[in-house]
Design a protein around this ligand. Structure first.
Ligand SMILES: [Zn+2]
Length: 556
């Protein structure tokens, strides 16, 4: 074989990545990565000089120079494929073109349950090389707004990296929806009704048809035109489907298809006053957009019968439906109205409050996109209701972030100690991550200022403890003077500490802040970095500038 093996680009890529992540790298870090590029064990000897040479060149680069260089080589790096089981197969008819949709109403911030529904529809479209469309169901001007459209983009599309093949707004289809309404009127399957709400409630309850139902088609059409022009008062008239007033399913008893809402629409202003109900636009939009597959929860839904009835009347396409158990997240409020009240009263800090499972709350706490994908894969098509609690989410997320989260020290509610008879230690080196023992962070040590947490102080006062990876001291029973005892790594409690620490605040899942001190390594962190404070938990860096260091607690 030839004297050199052609893996220079790969070596450069991994070396650059090492420099970007840790400041420098070693041949030992690069070598193992090369096996996935076809390097054989017997070639190690041959390739080592190449690796050593390239690594020493790359190590001369500063981090920003390495960052500039890396994109040229990124394509040589194999992203390790996660051993995920993926979503289960479904029985797609041969030759069927899969088109799914995500159909949010932009009237709220989406939470984890919504995300999983969106993801299922998205992932199945990907799995079967189909398309996934995004449809904003924005036909209630009183509830929908641009704020929630934007939130859908940032919370769902950006955070979860979902790329819909097209984006549509139901409110842009009003002329089409009016056209279909007129079709029903002409077929004598819809009629204008002027009965008041109480009367209609009573008649529907008793299964008696109202007199409006008897009108001629031309009469209905005339009234419908006036309705569209806004000639009636809000609430005075509605368009109803001619259903079956004797049906066991009350949804079939002449339900409303269109009602008047005068409120200004965020997209169309006051152009339209007559707005369709979900059961009407949903079958039309699905058919019009060419949707072929719908994944939805199997809650007993009386409305399906009405939607199917409308599909039959208007000769619309039917979709393949796959049902799954509802996702229920325990102990978290998910009701939009409830959350809005709590936000407005100041009880919650916002829609991203850590006590919520809105996507923006999860993102800000450091729950990764990958965790939400994996959760969806795991529970995706369960037939029964899925009860999720945060521990399940945390367990999945922990597996993902543990590998990449660098370690730091944080002592909550810190107490500063002075160490007596201490050795002359000015700094100590600590691995940044247990999997990377060769990459160290340097902690300054001043025996005149070692902080430990109040809880550790209370638990271990009067006892000998080891300051993690530093030395052993005996804590005082009271006061601030601790006695150095030895360097030996003995079997005694080991606690975290910081010296000359940085004031740090952590927002906990209950909405309370914990103040303390952390090691100055955190000053290099950027907003969005997820780290682990040893013995404390995983946290996401939320703010880190001008002396303000704030983290959001992810989980243990
Ligand atoms: Zn009536």
């Amino acid at each position: 074989m030839s004297s050199s093996i052609d893996l220079d680009n790969e070596i450069k890529a991994y070396a650059l990545r090492g420099v970007i992540e840790y400041g420098k790298t070693t041949p030992g870090n690069v070598l193992p990565k090369l096996f996935q590029h076809g390097l054989k064990k017997e070639d190690i000897k041959t390739i080592m000089p190449q690796i050593t040479k390239i690594v020493s060149e790359i190590n001369k680069l500063k981090k920003d120079a390495a960052e500039k260089e890396y994109p040229k080589y990124e394509k040589y790096v194999v992203k390790r494929e996660e051993k995920e089981k993926g979503i289960p197969e479904i029985d797609i008819k041969k030759g069927m073109k899969v088109v799914t949709r995500m159909a949010p109403e932009p009237s709220k911030y989406n939470h984890l349950g919504h995300a999983m529904t969106f993801l299922l529809n998205y992932l199945y479209a990907k799995k079967y090389n189909g398309k996934c469309l995004l449809r904003f169901e924005d036909t209630n001007p009183e509830k929908v707004s641009q704020e929630y459209v934007d939130a859908m983009k940032s919370d769902v599309l950006d955070y979860l990296e979902i790329k819909p093949d097209a984006i549509r707004f139901v409110s842009d289809d009003m002329p089409l929806l009016y056209e279909y309404a007129e079709k029903l009127i002409k077929m004598e399957k819809a009629f204008m009704c002027f009965c008041n709400r109480e009367k209609m409630q009573d008649l529907r309850h008793k299964g008696i048809e109202c007199e409006c139902r008897m009108k001629a088609e031309s009469h209905n059409m005339e009234e419908w035109k006036l309705f569209l022009k806004g000639k009636f008062k809000e609430g005075e008239a509605v368009l109803r489907v001619k259903g079956d007033m004797k049906s066991q399913n009350h949804v079939m008893r002449d339900s409303v298809l269109f009602r008047q809402i005068n409120a200004k629409h965020y997209r169309h202003g006051t152009k339209y006053k007559v707005w369709p109900m979900y059961d009407f636009y949903n079958p039309i939009e699905d058919s019009f957009m060419g949707i072929t597959l719908i994944l939805r929860s199997n809650e007993f839904d009386l409305r399906v019968e009405l939607q199917d009835y409308i599909k039959d009347l208007l000769k619309l396409d039917k979709q393949m439906i796959v049902q799954y158990g509802r996702f229920n997240v325990i102990d978290f409020t998910t009701k939009g109205r409830e959350i809005r009240e709590l936000v407005e009263s100041g009880e919650l800090i916002g829609w991203d409050d850590p006590r919520l499972i809105t996507l923006r709350a999860l993102k800000r706490r450091g729950i990764t996109k990958e965790a939400i994908y994996e959760l969806t894969n795991q529970v995706g098509l369960s037939k029964n209701q899925v009860n999720l609690d945060f521990d399940i989410i945390a367990a999945i997320n922990r597996k993902i972030i543990d590998k990449t989260s660098n370690r730091y020290f944080f002592v909550p509610n810190s107490i500063s100690l002075k160490i007596i008879n201490h050795p002359d230690t000015e700094e100590t080196e600590i691995p940044i991550h247990p999997n990377k023992p060769e990459v160290k962070r340097v902690l300054p040590v001043s025996a005149a200022d070692i902080s430990i947490s109040k809880q550790d102080y209370e638990t271990f006062k009067g006892k000998e403890i080891r300051l993690l990876r530093l030395y052993n001291v005996k804590l005082p029973i009271k006061g601030k003077k601790a006695q150095f005892t030895s360097l030996e790594n003995k079997d005694i409690p080991k606690i975290t500490w910081v010296s000359l620490g940085t004031n740090t605040k952590v927002l906990m899942p209950d909405g309370n802040w914990i103040k303390g001190k952390s090691d100055s390594g955190i000053l290099n962190l950027k907003e969005g970095n997820i780290i682990q404070f040893e013995r404390f938990g995983f946290c996401r860096c939320d703010k880190n500038k001008k002396g303000i260091c704030e983290f959001w607690f992810s989980h243990k």
